[in-house]
Design a protein around this ligand. Structure first.
Ligand code: ACO
Length: 325
């Protein structure tokens, strides 16, 4: 394809493990309460992958659903970008397992690691590849078995997270220039000075173990609302748009208070916010595509709508994307 290219969304898919764990179930494991979790986070339940169910299994289920939605065969793909913090193995990339299972033998498949911001990073990488003519059909997946990183004795973190996967198919189409559709732009940021606020205390090069999530929750919270609202403002301004133009705000689903605070700061109507944190908890890189799938499946997100995505996570890493659906 020569000339400018739009990276348009042609399919969306999602997968959640069958086992839903309620806050009351967690009361049996750590000293916590349904009331505390709901009041501080908005979370009511989370899904937890079964023993032997891997990130690649979740990713594959979401990928197949997105391909079916688009009417595209896996063999037609020429790019898979999979955002995950919980790969099946240290290497190779989990994306290559998905690639093989989909019957895709051309192009490239690789993982992107930006923790909870991973899906924004993956959308950016895939849309840029389409715009550069490096690929024509790109599957962007966010998939996590994040509960495997939890210290189940640490109540300040173990109640917050869940497992799941979501995927979107991006296809390159000739752009008519003025009236662009698809991914309009993505805006990525990181600041490694904040490493200590949210990290895993293990890794192949440091301890040789997988490690567990460690977090200074209130500090992360403070950074989240400011950095997310700044990133969304930057993304809207880059496209000559304002918050009043946003049809659907699809934030990373970490905590309802962060989402409410960010939407309020941006002046986005609460009725325009897609929320899944109550049922999914924080699924890290999977949370945005899971929420996108919810919004499309229930008929809220429609063709032509302006959709804004944002996320922040360990690093700190954060960003925002603007999509004309
Ligand atoms: N159940 C009951 N009590 C708890 C629990 C729990 N699960 N966890 C902590 N507490 C207690 C604390 O021990 C503390 O008790 P104390 O006052 O006796 O010392 C009290 O509750 C208040 O603790 P805080 O940490 O100050 O509670 P806060 O209101 O800040 O809420 C939370 C904690 C929910 C983690 C919040 O800070 C938060 O959401 N931060 C953002 C972090 C986040 O979402 N991270 C996800 C990854 S990054 C991202 O995706 C954005």
């Amino acid at each position: 394809m020569s000339g400018p290219v739009d990276a348009i969304v042609t399919g969306v898919g999602a997968y959640l493990p069958a086992n839903a764990v309620s806050n009351s179930d967690l009361e049996m494991r750590v000293e916590t309460s349904d009331a505390w979790i709901q009041a501080r986070t908005g979370i009511r339940q989370r899904h937890v992958a079964a023993d032997g169910e891997l990130t690649s299994d979740l990713a594959l289920a979401a990928a197949r659903a997105a391909l079916t939605d688009a009417g595209v065969d896996g063999a037609e793909l020429d790019l898979i970008v999979l955002a995950t913090t919980t790969p099946d193995s240290t290497f190779p990339a989990t994306a290559t397992k998905v690639q093989a299972a989909l019957g895709m033998t051309q192009g490239a498949a690789f993982d992107v690691q930006a923790v909870c911001a991973g899906f924004i990073y993956a959308v950016s990488v895939a849309a840029n590849a389409l715009a550069a003519g490096q690929a024509a059909k790109a599957l962007v997946i966010g998939a996590e078995t994040f509960t495997r990183l939890l210290d189940w004795n640490d109540r300040s973190t173990c109640v917050l997270f869940g497992d799941g996967a979501g995927a979107i198919l991006l296809e390159g189409r000739p752009s008519n220039g003025a009236d662009r559709t698809g991914v309009l732009s993505s805006h990525l940021h990181s600041d490694g000075r904040y490493y200590d606020l949210l990290y895993v205390d293990g890794g192949p090069s440091s301890t040789g173990t997988t490690g567990h999530v460690r977090m200074q929750g209130p500090e992360v919270f403070k950074h989240a609302v400011n950095k997310l609202s700044d990133a969304v403002r930057e993304a809207l301004a880059a496209n000559d748009l304002e918050s009043g133009d946003v049809d659907w705000f699809v934030p990373h689903q970490a905590n309802k208070r962060i989402i409410d605070g960010t939407a309020k700061k941006l002046g986005i109507d609460p009725g325009r916010v897609i929320l899944t944190v109550d049922r999914h908890a924080n699924t890290s890189a999977a949370s945005i595509p899971l929420a996108l799938h919810q919004g499309v499946a229930d008929g809220r997100i429609k063709k032509g709508d302006l959709v804004v995505l944002e996320a922040i996570g360990g690093g700190l890493s954060w960003g925002a994307s603007v999509i004309r659906w």
